[in-house]
Design a binder for this molecule. Sequence first.
Ligand SMILES: CC(C)(COP(=O)(O)OP(=O)(O)OC[C@H]1O[C@@H](n2cnc3c(N)ncnc32)[C@H](O)[C@@H]1OP(=O)(O)O)[C@@H](O)C(=O)NCCC(=O)NCCS
Length: 180
Amino acid sequence: MAYFKTERLVLRPLQLKDAERVEELAKEYDVAKTTLNIPHPYPEGGAKEYIQRVTEAEKNGEIVCLAITQKENGTFIGIINIKEDLKHHRGELGYWIGKPYWGQGYCTEAVKALIPFSFQELKLNKLFATAFTANPGSWKVMEKSGLKYEGTLKQHVHRSGRYFDLAYYGLLKEDYLGEW
Ligand SMILES: CC(C)(COP(=O)(O)OP(=O)(O)OC[C@H]1O[C@@H](n2cnc3c(N)ncnc32)[C@H](O)[C@@H]1OP(=O)(O)O)[C@@H](O)C(=O)NCCC(=O)NCCS
């Protein structure tokens, strides 16, 4: 079971008791609108269902999903996950932070904690993430964490009646660890 401490954060497994807080933060439109998976409006009871689904997927080795909490007081501020593609040995990073906590470097701190884990423990060959090109907060997190821009996928996703371009960032094991 993955568990990490950084300078200001504890990343710990999601628990059913987090459901109310997940709902409180994820129901905000500004949090949902640049993600592909957070529904808006957020359905009543949706967080509980999400946590149950993710916990099951975690048992099957398909995903590592962690609550991002503040170390000093345990406050839940967001979620970070790595979806594993076991065939291709790659993992896709996903994350969100509650709006009151944006712009304080929390997401970058969480991503940086998961990078060594991805290569050394999960044995991934590649870690990647995508973000709406119109979401600089997200692709800046990737850049600050050392992922490299690989290109833009034009009109790759459909959300709220519109098509969006996605910026694709990746980090290879050989570049991170300096080995093959
Ligand atoms: C994207 C998100 C996770 C970033 O979390 P965060 O904790 O605020 O990220 P950080 O503080 O580590 O870094 C964000 C960087 O983007 C910058 N940034 C944020 N909004 C920006 C904007 N509109 N224009 C330019 N830069 C912006 C911040 O200034 C910061 O860079 P800096 O440290 O150089 O100042 C958060 O905004 C979020 O949850 N958004 C909604 C959900 C989402 O989009 N998730 C990602 C889906 S791919």
